[in-house]
Design a protein around this ligand. Structure first.
Ligand SMILES: Cc1cc2nc3c(=O)[nH]c(=O)nc-3n(C[C@H](O)[C@H](O)[C@H](O)COP(=O)(O)OP(=O)(O)OC[C@H]3O[C@@H](n4cnc5c(N)ncnc54)[C@H](O)[C@@H]3O)c2cc1C
Length: 423
């Protein structure tokens, strides 16, 4: 029997207690809603989607009436108006119970966070602002009224996803819209999303490709020329179903622009914390590895015999070390997600890289330590820890801020001011 659905989560305390972390009432209520939803709904279904590598579409259908699909839609557009930080804390709570759902939810929510609170914080001309406010209404309406799901495929297998080159997926301007051609790899929610939030390069005939001309376009999944290919049988995050998306002469109307021309590039350069949004899932997985260990050593993990292992000093030391690592991770990450804003100071950007690196690396380090500490029975597939271990391994690979790229930038940007060179 598979017991992972029985790991009891009834009494789980919030990862970030409202009074200790001074969260507002509305913020705390939204985060609690996510935690309760994760414990009640996601934890029950996670094992099967992991085993079968199937997309947990029913989780997204259940999120709709809960309001979780519109968590970051601005209030004036009938959303819940969650800020960047509120979203991050809520996503961490979901990640605790199902990494794949939390990561896929991130792709959906970013289509509303980036076009919502983040865009509202960006400098735009009056004309751009008006255009943006008019266009986003249609996207939000689909989400609110129809439960539409958006995804966020930007990876292409080249240098573009790391921000080092223009996207190879191109949008040629034509009458009333664009003809889009290209290929996206690791397109989470492939085959499940209603709209793919594609990043591509707007390029007229004879024009050179430039990152400044990046477009953020919602491509309807049913549009002619859109197809999903390849299989999906990865180590972890199996429920994200991140297969390859092909776009062949797809006509996309101008109305599907998620940001006005040129605004995505402005966002990527002046709101860098937008790339920190992949980390909340892994913050949740770090907490889950720790929670599992404490319950297991106390002999309180449902589905396992009530054998206590907490009396051995080696276990106590291991739990203490895990707690130190978890608290360090939480503190740095909470600071970074709290200070996200347009045009952050250099110190804040460096801290964001450090936070991303810390969460992604520590989530997997905690899961590995949890298995080593709890012992052989804890890594059986009938328990959730084995899945947490595999899911958490994926965090440091996520572009554009992989653990390596964070280290690379931290070192260089600490030692060099912009424009500085060695003779
Ligand atoms: C479970 C899962 C879900 C995903 N979902 C999505 C999704 O929905 N949408 C999406 O767009 N992508 C998604 N990704 C893709 C992810 O962001 C990566 O693009 C993907 O892992 C492919 O990376 P790669 O091995 O091809 O990277 P490569 O480009 O081959 O890079 C390999 C490594 O080299 C380093 N590197 C790369 N470029 C640079 C550089 N310029 N400077 C220094 N170092 C560099 C990085 O550390 C990187 O990890 C997902 C990945 C996973 C694992």
């Amino acid at each position: 029997m598979n017991h992972s659905s029985l790991d009891s989560h009834d009494g789980d305390a919030p990862i970030f207690a409202a009074d200790a972390f001074r969260l507002g009432d509305e913020e705390a209520a939204l985060i609690n809603k996510a935690r309760r939803f994760g414990a009640r709904v996601l934890s029950v279904r996670a094992a099967q989607h992991d085993r079968d590598a199937t997309f947990p579409i029913e989780n997204f259908r259940d999120m709709h009436p809960e309001g979780l699909l519109r968590i970051c839609v601005p209030k004036q557009h009938r959303g819940l108006g969650a800020s960047f930080r509120t979203y991050c804390l809520a996503a961490a709570e979901l990640g605790r119970y199902c990494g794949a759902t939390a990561l896929s939810w991130n792709m959906h929510v970013c289509s509303t966070l980036w076009t919502g609170a983040l865009a509202d914080d960006l400098a735009m001309s009056a004309a751009e602002r008006t255009e943006h406010n008019e266009k986003r209404v249609a996207h939000y309406r689909r989400i609110i009224e129809d439960g539409a799901i958006y995804s966020q495929p930007f990876s292409e297998g080249g240098a573009a996803a790391a921000g080092a080159a223009a996207f190879g997926t191109e949008a040629k301007p034509v009458d009333g819209g664009f003809i889009v051609n290209g290929k996206k790899i690791f397109a989470s929610l492939s085959g499940a999303a209603d709209y793919y939030g594609i990043l591509c390069t707007e390029r007229a005939e004879g024009e050179a490709a430039s990152r400044r001309n990046t477009l953020y376009l919602a491509v309807p999944a049913k549009a002619e020329g859109v197809s999903v290919t390849g299989d999906w049988d990865p180590l972890g995050m199996r429920g994200t179903v991140s297969r390859t998306l092909l776009l062949k002469d797809v006509f996309v109307p101008e109305s599907e622009l998620l940001m006005p021309h040129g605004v995505y590039f402005r966002a990527a350069t002046s709101w860098p914390h937008m790339f920190l949004t992949l980390s909340p899932t892994y913050m949740g997985l770090a907490q889950a590895a720790y929670d599992f260990t404490v319950k297991y050593l106390r002999g309180e993990l449902p589905g396992t015999p009530p054998v206590k292992r907490r009396m051995y000093p080696t276990k106590q030391i291991a739990v203490a070390e895990m707690r130190v690592m978890l608290e360090q991770t939480k503190a740095l990450w909470f600071q970074a997600v709290s200070e996200a804003r347009a045009n952050p100071a250099k110190e804040q950007v460096l801290r964001a890289y450090a936070a991303q690196h810390t969460v992604m690396e520590n989530a997997n380090a905690l899961a590995a330590k949890a298995i080593r500490t709890c012992g052989g029975q804890s890594m059986l597939k009938s328990l959730s820890l084995e899945r947490i271990y595999r899911d958490s391994r994926c965090g440091s690979l996520m572009l554009p801020w992989t653990a390596e790229i964070c280290i690379d930038r931290l070192g260089r940007e600490t030692l060099y001011e912009p424009g500085e060179k060695d003779e």
